[in-house]
Design a protein around this ligand. Structure first.
Ligand code: MN3
Length: 238
């Protein structure tokens, strides 16, 4: 049997814990700065059969989450840098990141930015470019097919891990570029419009070493409405 004193002590501790728990939770939320993993705008299996559900789940919940966690951890003693939108950090402040952690920040804040764009420029709807973006693609590459061929070639010939992107360059023109690892187009003064992740983690479960097959299938899930939005924002005259 418990003594009356022991029962009171246990009850008191319970009450104290209950009373404190919500306050502790709130305080932690209010103080939270840094990046957060964005929710996928569709289900893991929404891009099947182009991209399988398991790949989407691991890619988003583990790979992207790791970039977010690592970037937050690297920048934890630099709250001013961490408070900036990630694109701004990459575009304008990367040289203010202490050299000791700079490459880690390029890899992980870059990874966070790249993947955040990647999820939103895909959609189960698919389709083809239209409007101003279509005009600009035809103006620059002659045809949508020629543009797709150039981006696919840049994606499939990239040695090792990286991305192929359609960007708006410093001259305000469309350009297709390759980037190694998680190097962000923002670091080179370019605004990414859409891009394909050609790290093996993006396709290996379903396609193994057949990167060209993955890239071909990826075109079927490009979200052209979102790409058009990004193009409009990138070319907006202030
Ligand atoms: Mn990836």
């Amino acid at each position: 049997m418990f003594s009356r004193r022991e029962v009171l002590k246990a009850a008191g501790a319970g009450v104290a814990t209950l009373a404190l728990a919500p306050l502790v939770g709130r305080a932690a939320d209010e103080k939270k700065i840094g990046y957060t993993l964005p929710k996928l705008p569709y289900a893991f299996d929404a891009l099947e059969p182009s991209i399988d559900a398991k790949t989407m789940e691991i890619h988003h919940d583990r790979h992207h989450k790791a970039y977010v966690d690592n970037a937050n951890n690297l920048l934890k003693d630099h709250p001013k840098l961490l408070a900036l939108p990630v694109e701004e950090l990459l575009a304008t402040k990367i040289n203010e990141v202490p050299e000791k952690i700079r490459q880690g920040v390029i890899n992980n804040a870059g990874g966070h930015s790249n993947h955040s764009i990647f999820w939103e420029i895909m959609s189960p709807k698919g389709g083809e470019p239209k409007g101003e973006l279509l005009k600009a693609i035809e103006g620059k590459f002659k045809s949508v097919d020629a543009f797709k061929k150039e981006l696919s070639t840049k994606a499939t010939t990239l040695f090792g891990s990286g991305w192929a992107w359609l960007v708006v360059n410093k001259k305000g023109e469309l350009e297709v570029v390759q980037k190694k690892n998680q190097d962000s187009p923002y670091m080179d003064g370019q605004t990414p419009i859409l891009g394909v992740d050609v790290w093996e983690h993006a396709y290996y479960l379903k396609y193994q070493n057949a990167r060209p097959k993955y890239v071909e299938a990826w075109w079927k899930v490009v979200n052209w409405d979102k790409a058009a939005d990004r193009y409009a924002k990138a070319t907006k005259k202030d």
